[in-house]
Design a protein around this ligand. Structure first.
Ligand SMILES: Cc1ncc(COP(=O)(O)O)c(C=O)c1O
Length: 469
């Protein structure tokens, strides 16, 4: 009998966590169970997930940003069904298929005028790896600079550019010559660039870990310095690219023109893994510099037709539904609705980010009584407060969010870009409710403690859900 996925899912309903415990990552199971995030999701549509009990969850994680168009967008589904039914000659390998050409053309058209060529791969980290290799080849140098709190993926090259220790432990030695500089610090950057041996400076225009934003002045200095010292400027747009900040590329906010731009996540609407490295003619042709080097950097599944179709359909929806403008407008509405909460609640210090990448920054309150409570919470674990927001948002209001980084009291919001006023209103009312309780000192801590399986976090395990993204 033919394989029937619906039947398989029905027959094995409820076995998720047992199977993961036995055959995949049992630590993830522990984290989810400790936080009470162990739901059996059965369906996703638009901005929402549905579990086996029929409960609906507002997804402000969007698969770490892949679901810009929400889940199950009909245009993407149709395009992919059509592509399968067309029996396209996929991955012939010794071939130049049409669809990658069309998608590359579209991406180049949306990029700044210096960007001419595209390399397709399957993920964000692969895009970073390609960027490192391309920059080394183009400059003949080896060192790569990255920022503290930077995140560019978790394979060994991109891991070397990770600005946090927690991901690196036990995996070294990593890429030699990878050097960390403080995000937003022009002088520190220049003192490294001045050595004249730096191939690339790799940075996210808005950092995912902590939702850190730098000024336009900083980015323009970065570009100026990189040009002066002949270092390539690589903008990692894997998470904040594709409209999330209210412009197609986040670096457009700062009037800069990076030599290399990486994309992934939202590019294929969450259906097919894809990554893309956009670069200048000079950089690209330094890699593919002769007929012998035609395949010097490649990957089997890069340019695969389903990813290309999903990419083209995604860009089509972006244009049809004015997704970038919509994200900007919804981002402004969200920021406007959150602003009064910063006034109202002492522990909510700021809201930062751009468009629909938002960081809720929590910190020590002014008033004494609240400070005592804050200190008690933070004494249990650094940055526990942000987890105390994420957990009741999920349990009371069925909203999925995440802590932005280890040891940082920042909650990150990455809503689908199709989110609108209804989602903004629902989220802000929920946050208001959670923060009201946190400030009143009513049952929030007790509720949190009960959910945490009593003291598991205090013992130092498992860690809060900060995730890789
Ligand atoms: C800015 C950035 N770069 C690179 C990556 C790595 O992407 P992937 O998980 O697809 O390897 C991520 C993933 O979260 C990211 O946020």
């Amino acid at each position: 009998m033919a394989f029937d996925v619906a039947k398989v899912l029905e027959e094995h309903r409820g076995e998720n966590f047992t199977l993961h415990n036995e055959h995949l990552n049992p630590q993830l199971v522990r984290v989810l169970k400790t936080l009470g995030f162990d739901r059996f999701y059965v369906r996703g549509e638009g901005c929402y997930l549905y579990d086996d009990r029929g409960d609906r969850y507002l997804d402000f994680l969007a698969g770490f940003g892949v679901y810009a168009l929400g889940r199950g967008h009909p245009a993407l589904k149709k395009a992919l069904h059509d592509a399968i039914d067309l029996d396209l000659p996929n991955m012939v390998q010794l071939d130049c298929a049409l669809l990658p050409g069309l998608l590359a053309e579209q991406l180049v058209a949306r990029a700044h005028q210096g960007i001419r060529r595209v390399y397709f791969c399957n993920s964000g980290t692969e895009a970073t790896e390609a960027a490192i290799k391309f920059a080394r080849r183009a400059t003949g140098r080896t060192r790569v600079l990255f920022c503290d709190h930077g995140f560019h993926g978790l394979t060994t090259g991109s891991l070397a550019l990770n600005g946090g220790k927690e991901f690196k432990e036990g995996f070294g030695p990593l890429l030699p010559g990878a050097t960390q500089v403080p995000f937003g610090d022009v002088d520190a950057l220049e003192s490294e660039l001045r050595k004249g041996d730096v191939a690339a400076f790799v940075a996210e225009p808005i950092q995912g870990k902590g939702v850190n934003v730098a000024t336009a002045d900083y980015w323009q200095s970065v570009q100026g310095l990189c040009r002066r010292y002949r270092t390539l400027f690589v903008a990692d747009e894997v998470q904040v690219g594709m409209g999330r900040t209210g412009k197609f590329f986040a670096h457009e906010h700062y009037g800069v023109q990076p030599d290399i731009v990486t994309l992934s996540k939202a590019l294929s609407g969450g259906y097919v893994p894809v990554g893309a490295v956009l670069c200048t003619e000079k950089v690209f042709m330094s890699v593919y510099s002769s007929i012998e080097r035609a395949m010097v950097h490649s990957t089997t599944f890069g340019r695969n037709q389903l990813a290309m179709v999903a990419g083209l359909a995604t860009l089509d929806v972006f244009d049809e539904q004015r997704i970038v403008e919509h994200a900007r407008e919804t981002g402004e509405a969200l920021a406007a609705s959150l602003a009064p909460l910063v006034e109202r609640y002492e522990m909510l210090h700021a809201v930062r980010g751009k468009g629909l990448v938002v960081g809720l920054v929590f910190g020590k309150p002014e008033s004494r009584a609240l400070r005592v409570r804050w200190n008690a919470i933070e004494a249990m674990r650094t940055a526990l407060f942000s987890q105390m927001v994420v957990v009741p948002l999920f349990h009371r209001h069925r909203i999925l969010t995440q802590v932005a980084a280890d040891n940082m009291n920042v909650v990150k919001l990455l809503p689908p870009l199709i989110a609108g006023q209804a989602e903004v209103d629902y989220f802000v009312a929920a946050l208001d409710d959670v923060l009201r309780d946190a400030h009143r000192g009513s049952g929030l801590l007790r509720e949190f403690g009960a959910t945490m399986a009593k003291g598991a976090l205090r013992r130092g395990e498992p860690k809060p859900v900060t995730a890789s993204a």
